[in-house]
Design a protein around this ligand. Structure first.
Ligand code: NAD
Length: 542
């Protein structure tokens, strides 16, 4: 009690290589085989109790959709109400607990994950969300570890921000948790986001109802297990998979709803905002609304750029994790003078990307997440094949016979406003627009105005004046802006992540700015010698 603790200075978790012969590769392969051979029964977790409703869905591998790896119980309205009650019941003790005890739970999650639980969570992410070993490692191991180690450090910085005081007085700031519970709604594509959305508010003393994506249940359930293993008290985070609309309806009717921490599509976030607006008079406080949403992330290439670097950025930026990253490059602007040199090698490299299941570590690309995603992506590709305004120059094959496979696809659009230059497709598809070199200025304008999003973007150029000019011209076009690098792969502590416009509230996941959204400060003034006379000198007679 009597000490001012210091959080160990955070450093980013090193990424394991999984190279042939490495111990981590052998451990992960054994764990993949073990998990693929079982069917896990996933309960709800409410107030620390496992709850089984009997209303279950199958959890399958996207790369082998006939293979069930878990069955998960779905919450109905009664379970959601119980989860809210459990969160509210845990609120006082948790929010009043010393902050170093709270963050210790999450530092322990990080250490478990860095060591004994790493292979388990990575394997679950690979099987359930169809990620290769490297994509799982940077997500379900490294990013979660970073979120919590850096988060603990940022929490300490926030609590240390204290006001000045006059002599004889002492001013203090208390960073209270929100009064009520936080609703955490996570997407399928990053296990780390599942951990962060309820976890970061909890570090700051909040309690939550966590509705994971139905397409990421195995890994998300294991995250919940980790919270428990690290000593998180019952009720602080309640795990309630269920019909998204039904769960949300119950949550957003509740007077103690204090905030939403969301990552997912723009349409869903807008619907949340509207419902919150409609219900605003029901709530005890104005809910905090934090959402990171869609993107139509760009690569804008100047004629002075290096052609090989551009090729690599397109391939990695567009096709890693099948393009299912909010930051994935999905439109690129290529100067005519470069196209001749880029086209052949780009097609060749894209066509050579290996695709298949996650057990075979030589596969760069795996399956897209589910039938809905597969049908949507296929629809855009079929339309492009049939359109006079576009041409599919490589890829475009879709096969759902065993898993939801779509080959990495490049479309060349003949119009800069062709639909695949504007819509978020969320699959392994990038559209290129070849512009006349003389129209760089107009192209920057196109980059800025073509989509409703402003999440990530990259420019490629050698000429420094061009870099400065484009950086200014695209000032509002991306919350994460890259110069001569692909627009994906943000790292906690290095490139705080988030976008504006239709892409979200830009509260920068993995930074102190995000943590600040989950506290409500109380200013305390203490006067050591209280005044005893109400008069002031100016009242005295001349
Ligand atoms: P999604 O919007 O379909 O689902 C996200 C979450 O919302 C899930 O938990 C889902 O069950 C829930 N949901 C869906 N429809 C709902 C409804 N009508 N009412 C209540 N809840 C609902 O998104 P997804 O497919 O899981 O993820 C992909 C999307 O997420 C893309 O748009 C991507 O750009 C975005 N994303 C953004 C970021 C970012 O940081 N900006 C990061 C990852 C993903």
């Amino acid at each position: 009690m009597n000490g001012i603790p210091a959080i160990p200075p955070p450093v980013n978790e090193p990424i394991f290589s999984y190279a042939p012969g490495s111990p981590e590769r052998a451990e992960l392969q054994a764990e993949l085989a073990r998990q693929a051979d079982q069917v896990v029964d996933i309960p709800l977790i409410i107030g620390g109790e496992e709850v089984r409703t009997g209303n279950t869905i199958d959890v399958v591998m996207p790369h082998d959709h006939g293979h069930v790896i878990a069955t998960a119980h779905m919450a109905g309205p009664d379970e959601v109400r119980r989860a809210i009650d459990a969160a509210n019941a845990a609120h006082r003790e948790w929010s009043m607990m010393r902050w170093e005890d709270r963050v210790a739970v999450f530092l322990k999650v990080a250490s478990l994950l860095a060591g004994p639980r790493r292979a388990k969570l990575n394997a679950a992410t690979m099987l359930g969300q169809s990620k290769n070993a490297f994509q799982a490692e940077i997500d379900s191991a490294c990013e979660i570890i970073d979120f919590f180690r850096f988060g603990a450090h940022f929490a300490q910085e926030i609590y240390g921000k204290q006001p000045i005081s006059e002599p004889g007085e002492w001013n203090r700031a208390e960073y209270r948790a929100l009064e009520g519970f936080v609703y955490a709604v996570s997407p399928f594509n990053f296990t780390a986001i599942g951990a962060n959305l309820p976890g970061t508010p909890a570090m700051m003393g909040n309690v939550s109802v966590w509705k994971p994506s139905l397409a990421a249940l195995l890994s998300n359930y294991y995250v919940m297990e980790l919270f428990d293993e690290a000593g998180l008290p019952p009720g602080v985070i309640n795990f309630v998979p269920g019909d998204p609309v039904e769960v949300t309806k119950v949550v957003m009717e509740d007077s103690s709803f204090a905030g939403i921490h969301f990552t997912g599509s723009t349409t869903v976030f807008r619907s949340f905002w509207k419902t919150i607006g409609d219900n605003i008079a029901k709530y005890r406080s104005y809910p905090r609304i934090v959402g990171e949403t869609g993107g139509k992330d760009f690569i804008a290439v100047h004629p002075s750029a290096d052609v090989t670097a551009v090729k690599t950025a397109i391939v990695r930026g567009a096709f890693e994790y099948q393009g299912q990253k909010c930051s994935a490059a999905s439109r690129a602007y290529i100067p005519e003078s470069m196209w001749g040199d880029l086209k052949g090698p780009l097609i060749e490299e894209t066509a050579s990307l290996s695709m298949g299941d996650v057990f075979d570590f030589s596969n760069f690309v795996n399956a897209v997440i589910d039938r809905k995603a597969f049908d949507k992506i296929k629809g855009y590709i079929e339309d492009a094949k049939a359109s006079d305004d576009a041409e599919v120059i490589v890829g475009g094959e879709c096969d759902d016979s065993v898993g939801y496979f779509v080959t990495p696809t490049i479309i060349v659009a003949h119009r800069p406003d062709y639909v695949t230059m504007c819509d978020e497709i969320f699959g392994p598809v990038i559209t290129l627009y070849i512009y006349p070199d003389a129209e760089w200025e107009e192209t920057l304008e196109l980059v800025d105005t073509t989509s409703e999003y402003a999440l990530t973007g990259a420019i490629f150029a050698k000429d420094r004046r061009v870099i400065r000019h484009a950086t200014n011209a695209l000032y509002q076009s991306a919350g994460n802006f890259y110069i001569n690098d692909k627009p994906t792969g943000a790292v906690v502590g290095q490139q705080p992540f988030g976008g504006a416009r239709g892409s979200g509230t830009n509260d920068k996941a993995g930074s102190m700015f995000n943590l600040l959204r989950w506290v409500s400060a109380r200013s305390i003034k203490e006067n050591f010698v209280s005044p005893t006379d109400y008069t002031y000198p100016f009242l005295e007679k001349d």
